[in-house]
Design a protein around this ligand. Structure first.
Ligand SMILES: C[S@@+](CC[C@H](N)C(=O)[O-])C[C@H]1O[C@@H](n2cnc3c(N)ncnc32)[C@H](O)[C@@H]1O
Length: 225
């Protein structure tokens, strides 16, 4: 059960921290699974307009340099904060918003209908499979990486969902950021890079303009002919 929403109106990141501190369902040192049911309540946090100031979604999406016909998977899409913005950018393409929490999938599907965003499809993923119906140009994971169980296998599986030239972009909280989930749950960018390398990817870009989060871009390492 999600805790109080009194924090709404103060700060996205403080609200996120307060909620993260509450509904822990199960934890392991490798990943942290929280309850993300109650999507309508989470929407007050994830889609709080105050979040934009530090999340800089427009700058993030500009940096991803997507073509209008691009196909994108927003894995761990939550209430659709990035999915709806991506849908504007890929007007001739598609956004798959993937989440393991059924109520988030329900919420995003209803939001896409309500906002007449025909190029968004909400997908019910599983912890080991995003269940994408086609290969994509970009996989985006914002504040999700530390929630993924068995990341080594999951990351290897993602390779099969990337088109040639496809990329994975990972945005998550820096260890030293004042805001974000509890520090014990964060994963340092060096560790993310090492995990991706182990799963067959190389770092192909990074951006430093987000005040609280790192922003890393990976591509599969080309296999020897
Ligand atoms: C902190 S929220 C971030 C939501 C969204 N990316 C945003 O920036 O607003 C993390 C989301 O990831 C989802 N999630 C966790 N593990 C997942 C997995 N293995 N596959 C897909 N979604 C997952 C959760 O249900 C939750 O909706």
């Amino acid at each position: 059960m999600v805790r109080t929403l009194k924090i709404v109106g103060t700060s996205f990141f403080l609200g996120y921290m307060a909620l993260m501190a509450g509904p822990v369902a199960a934890q392991s040192p490798a990943s942290h699974q929280h309850s993300f049911s109650g999507a309508d309540k989470w929407a007050h946090i994830f889609d709080d307009p105050k979040r934009d100031e530090r999340q800089k979604p427009h700058q993030v999406i500009q940096a991803l340099a997507l073509k209008p016909e691009a196909v994108v998977a927003d894995i761990g899409s939550g209430t659709g904060y990035f999915s709806v913005r991506l849908s504007n950018m890929v007007s001739k393409g598609r956004v798959y918003g993937v989440d393991v929490e059924p109520d988030m999938v329900r919420y995003l599907g209803e939001r896409a209908t309500r906002e007449k965003r025909a190029n968004i499809t909400a997908i019910a993923g599983t912890p080991d499979d995003p269940k994408l119906p086609e290969k994509v140009d970009l996989i985006l994971m914002v504040d999700v990486f530390h929630h993924i169980e068995n990341r080594a296998a999951y990351l290897r599986k993602l390779q099969s969902f990337l088109k040639p030239g496809g990329r994975i972009a990972i945005i998550d909280f820096r260890m030293e950021s004042r805001d974000g989930p509890p520090k014990a749950e964060r994963i340092a960018p060096e560790a993310v890079i090492a995990e991706l390398k182990g799963a067959g990817y190389a770092l192909s870009g990074q951006h430093g303009f987000l005040p609280d989060q790192y922003f890393l871009i990976f591509e599969p390492v080309a296999k020897a002919p």
